[in-house]
Design a protein around this ligand. Structure first.
Ligand code: NI
Length: 173
């Protein structure tokens, strides 16, 4: 397995729409495994293909807490087919918007349909952190980032903070 480079804003690929995978073949299975390894190595709970420079509808997620057994979810062509009326607000972050966090409204419960590593159709209903992660990662495949849901004022503040920290780190390096 290979650790991939995680792209950060403002990389343009993060703003593009990924294309459906036609066949879950050995190459796709390899990508699913490389992405999972990359996500674990980056201490993330989710990673979408756009974030590693690929415009294919592939997502990996693992919301197991520290000390718990790993619970990897590797999804090809995922699609939300049902969601609750109820909305929940959670604090979100993203490996492509490093070390910045903000509250985002999401559906409390979602049902996602996807193809697994064997190309078999599966569905999963999720709430809590997993439900949020599914919505966040699927957004990536459409070029959407969590900061898009913030008011302009909050987003500008977050981006300004990120830029300031990047400059500081570049100076120290
Ligand atoms: Ni993200």
């Amino acid at each position: 397995m290979t650790k991939m480079k995680v792209l950060e804003i403002p990389h343009p690929i993060l703003r593009e729409k990924a294309k459906p995978v036609e066949k879950v073949d050995a190459r796709i299975v390899g990508l699913l495994d490389d992405m999972l390894e990359t996500m674990y190595a980056s201490n993330g709970v989710g990673l979408a293909a756009n974030q590693v420079g690929l415009l294919e509808r592939i997502v990996v997620i693992d919301c197991a807490r520290e000390g718990e057994e790993p619970d990897p979810l590797q999804m090809v062509n995922p699609k939300i087919i049902a969601h609750s009326e109820e909305i929940l607000c959670r604090n979100e972050g993203c490996l492509s918007v490093p070390r910045e966090y903000a509250d985002v409204d999401r559906f409390a419960v979602v049902t996602v349909e996807y193809l697994d590593k064997n190309g078999e159709k599966k569905t999963r209903t999720a709430d809590g952190l997993l439900g949020m992660a599914i919505q966040h990662e699927l957004d990536h495949l459409d070029g959407i980032l969590f900061i898009d849901y913030l008011s302009k004022l909050k987003r500008d503040k977050l981006l300004h903070h990120l830029e300031k920290r990047r400059k500081k780190e570049a100076k120290e390096a």
